[in-house]
Design a protein around this ligand. Structure first.
Ligand SMILES: *[C@@H]1O[C@H](CO)[C@@H](O)[C@H](O)[C@H]1NC(C)=O
Length: 157
């Protein structure tokens, strides 16, 4: 299988199509510790992976989402923190939004933030999201600061 690597602006690491990098069933050992029920009020807390093999783990308590986001070329110490909000229209459904600022000790400040917004239906294994990524450019290049796309996350554990 072909492995495609793409670097956004040379700063934000994203690798496409490389399942070899990250253990399929237990990425970064994140599944070793299950999210306890009292940290899963949204019903979808745990470990998720998107189509580019980025991985996240989050809890949800009292309307708040807190967790860690691992880009697909990241390693266990290279995560970014994520935080967001959620609500439940009914017992089966969760709507959710969260943000990552791409700055950490391992990879430094990438001058980028991304906001995801999505929905999960109980009878599906997918968290459907769209996102906006804003990357710093000087004022004269305001037009190219923001990208939009979508991610589908699948539950890992
Ligand atoms: C972020 O932007 C600042 C200001 O232009 C720049 O000095 C710095 O190199 C940028 N960071 C990266 C990782 O490119």
């Amino acid at each position: 299988m072909m492995h495609l690597a793409a670097i956004v602006c040379g700063l934000l690491p994203i690798v496409l199509g490389s399942q070899m990098l990250i253990a399929v069933d237990n990425p970064f050992g994140l599944c070793d510790l299950a999210v306890p029920d009292h940290q899963n009020e949204c019903g979808i807390a745990g470990v998720w992976r998107n189509q580019l093999q980025s991985v996240m783990k989050f809890t949800c308590i009292g309307g708040h989402i807190e967790g860690k986001y691992f880009t697909s070329v990241g390693n266990a110490d290279g995560f970014y923190t994520l935080s967001g909000k959620y609500l439940k229209p009914d017992d089966d459904t969760t709507v959710v939004g969260w943000v990552v600022a791409f700055s950490n000790d391992m990879y430094g400040n990438s001058n980028s933030t991304t906001a995801w917004s999505g929905i999960h239906y109980a009878d599906e294994s997918t968290l459907y999201t769209h996102w906006l990524l804003t990357h710093f450019y000087p004022r004269a290049q305001l037009w190219k600061t923001t990208m939009i796309n979508h991610d589908d996350f699948k539950k890992v554990c």
